[in-house]
Design a protein around this ligand. Structure first.
Ligand code: FNR
Length: 347
């Protein structure tokens, strides 16, 4: 694909992601209820949001997920995102670095994040077709602490210039995991990971999966609104709702893999529920972008700080002193999600 096409596509994705609402799928969290604890036996200062994710230590479990880079036009956005990450002590992933691997002249749009956030946890990003050398180049480009490998088959097959051949991905992921010198996160981008593929990924050596479920940013809807696709409305609902993909992956490989829950994670309660299901962390992309559009870096950082504080409030209400304790609090799964779990043989 030519570079100009890719660069204008990035600007288009940003524009359409900001214009479109989440969904139409629901993220699935409304079926999950956390049980209130009227005797939490905790003081506010006792509660810690620190987590470990693979070998990484994070100050809190909210990751600013991959958005952009690869064009001079988006350098300022990456700079602003990195400033928000620094102000809130958040881990931050960059968007796909393929453009900068192909044309190093646009690498500065990614490198800016390390300049702004020298000590932060930064996550590189490439597709599953990347070879090991390119994967290491992407990591080195931003001195990344981890690498995301994204899976976005649904989006690719509706883009006129998108990929059509998805063979060999698993073997390739296995090679990348064994060769790259940082933890690798395999990440879906809005359709979720079913437990069957979670097992394959774990067998391939993957130790961190970002489930990237349906219910938030929807690239099928984005490509439709860019006139890249004319899809029947029901196809826009394709994919596993986020809460369900989280439960699928956790039930299958939760003992071997750290799970990041993303895709339409929006509220403090969504976050607490995702962590109560057993997720180690959550990823948010569009909300950060929307907050930046509505205000400046400082307001966006304040919004994110409040979100983090509100998660702490919910932790207090269920008596969880640490994020790991959330996975032991009682919860109830109702409705469609309950039926789904039964149909899939998941308790
Ligand atoms: C994304 N996302 C994304 N993911 C990825 O792995 N590489 C990428 O280059 C991009 N690019 C990108 C651009 C824009 C404008 C958006 C909004 C998102 C996907 C993102 O990281 C996340 O997986 C999804 O957006 C779902 O999370 P939210 O937005 O529902 O919180």
């Amino acid at each position: 694909m030519n570079l100009v096409t890719r660069q204008s596509r990035k600007a288009d994705h940003l524009k359409h992601a900001l214009q479109l609402a989440d969904g139409p799928s629901q993220n699935g969290f409304k079926d999950i209820f956390l049980i209130h604890n009227c005797l939490p036996e905790l003081a506010w200062e006792d509660i810690s949001l620190e987590i470990s994710l693979g070998d990484l230590r994070l100050a809190h479990p909210i990751i600013m997920n991959a958005i952009t880079g690869g064009s001079t036009d988006v350098t300022a956005i990456n700079e602003a995102l990195a400033m928000v990450a620094r102000l809130t002590n958040s881990a931050m992933a960059v968007g796909s670095q393929y453009a900068a691997i192909e044309d190093p002249s646009v690498a500065d749009s990614f490198k800016i994040v390390r300049k702004v956030y020298p000590k932060g946890c930064l996550i590189a990003n490439l597709g599953a077709y990347a070879n090991c050398e390119d994967a290491q180049r992407a990591v080195d480009m931003i001195e990344a602490n981890a690498l995301q490998i994204h899976l976005n088959v649904a989006q690719e097959i509706v883009m006129s210039e998108g990929d059509r051949n998805f063979t060999g991905y698993l073997k390739n992921i296995e090679r990348i995991v064994s060769k790259v010198g940082v933890p690798v996160i395999v990440k879906e981008v809005g359709c979720g990971v079913a437990r069957e593929q979670a097992v394959s990924l774990a067998l391939a050596g993957v130790r961190i999966i970002d489930v990237g479920g349906a219910g938030g940013t929807n690239f099928l809807a984005i490509e439709t609104s860019r006139n890249e696709a004319q899809l029947e409305p029901e196809l826009l609902e394709w994919g596993l709702p986020t809460a369900l993909t989280a439960m699928e992956v956790l039930s299958a490989v939760g003992d071997q893999v750290d799970v990041i829950v993303s895709g339409g994670v929006r509220t403090p309660l969504d976050i607490a529920k995702a962590l109560a299901l057993g997720g180690r962390a959550v990823g948010l992309a569009a909300p950060v972008l929307r907050a930046l559009q509505a205000g400046q870096v400082e307001q966006t950082a304040l919004w994110l700080t409040k979100l983090i504080d509100d998660v702490k409030r919910v932790m207090l209400l269920v008596g969880a002193k640490r994020v790991e304790h959330l996975s032991h609090v009682p919860l109830v799964v109702t409705g469609f999600s309950r039926e789904w779990l039964r149909a899939r043989g998941i308790d």
